[in-house]
Design a protein around this ligand. Structure first.
Ligand SMILES: [Zn+2]
Length: 270
């Protein structure tokens, strides 16, 4: 996937290939200036946006694969947020140490998604004090996902829409419940950026970017979708004021986000 960046030297547009690390060392093809683009975006957001792009372009199978990967990476984000938040709440002041321990712990589960789901289940139970009811195969749309990804099933557009809406609603709900907890995982990304920044050669310009996306528009760190700050263990829903508008179902919520934020993804290229 590529995204457009502007060269800080000659101001011309440069297509940059999105890196897994979200850190991009670039040499401008026009003026040869060297710069480094840091993209403040989580992996699950990148993947969900990629899925949305694929859906809008009519690539149904690719969209399903990206949405499924986005959900897996979101579970990782949740577990990381929870672990770092818990360390902070326990009075641990060495954030770097906590992040490094988390990093080495994650290696035990990194190559097996089933293990990661296990981590998610426990993290959710400990943080919310409730069963993670969303982890059933039915709630996750696992059967549909497997048919598409592993058995070559060619999905119809409306099936992909339904799946996308389900993944969107689940991530949206869990981000809301995480509330300020999400900031801890974001801080870990900033720390990773800082380490790369410190090692940049002289004369390299650093560029920080925030890309609009399906979730990013709401700046999830610190603010739940309901606009209320929530503490760990306290559900955003429980503290929400009574709503006047009729609640939207998953499909309506996804379509609304697609209409509002889909056009913002136009700059993305496969
Ligand atoms: Zn340039």
């Amino acid at each position: 996937m590529r995204f457009p960046a502007v060269c800080p030297q000659c101001q011309r547009e440069v297509q940059v290939e999105f890196a897994d690390s979200a850190v991009h060392d670039v040499t401008c093809p026009h003026c040869r200036a060297r710069f480094c683009v840091f993209v403040r975006k989580q992996k699950f957001e990148v993947l969900f946006d990629l899925g949305t792009r694929a859906l809008m372009d009519g690539y149904a199978r690719e969209a399903v694969a990206s949405f499924a990967a986005a959900l897996e990476r979101f579970f990782e984000f949740y577990v990381r947020s929870f672990a770092l938040e818990r360390a902070a709440l326990q009075g641990q002041t060495d954030f770097g140490g906590a992040a490094d321990t988390l990093e080495s712990t994650w290696r035990h589960v990194a190559s097996q998604s089933e293990r990661q789901v296990g981590m998610m289940a426990l993290a959710y139970l400990l943080r919310e004090g409730r069963e993670p009811d969303f982890l059933t195969a039915k709630a996750l749309g696992a059967d549909f996902r497997n048919r598409v990804i592993h058995r070559g099933y060619l999905p119809r557009r409306e099936e992909v829409d339904t799946y996308a809406a389900r993944v969107f609603a689940l991530i949206d709900r869990l981000l809301g419940e995480l509330g300020t907890g999400a900031a801890h995982a974001e801080l870990a990304q900033e720390r990773h950026f800082a380490a790369h920044l410190a090692a940049l050669p002289d004369g390299t310009t650093a560029v920080f970017e925030e890309h609009p996306g399906m979730f990013r528009a709401r700046r999830f760190a610190g603010v739940s979708p309901l606009g209320t700050k929530n503490l760990p263990g306290q559900s955003a829903r429980a503290s929400a004021p009574a709503k006047t508008a009729a609640p939207m179902n998953d499909a309506q919520a996804f379509q609304k986000a697609l209409t509002e934020r889909g056009p913002l993804l136009k700059g993305l290229r496969k």
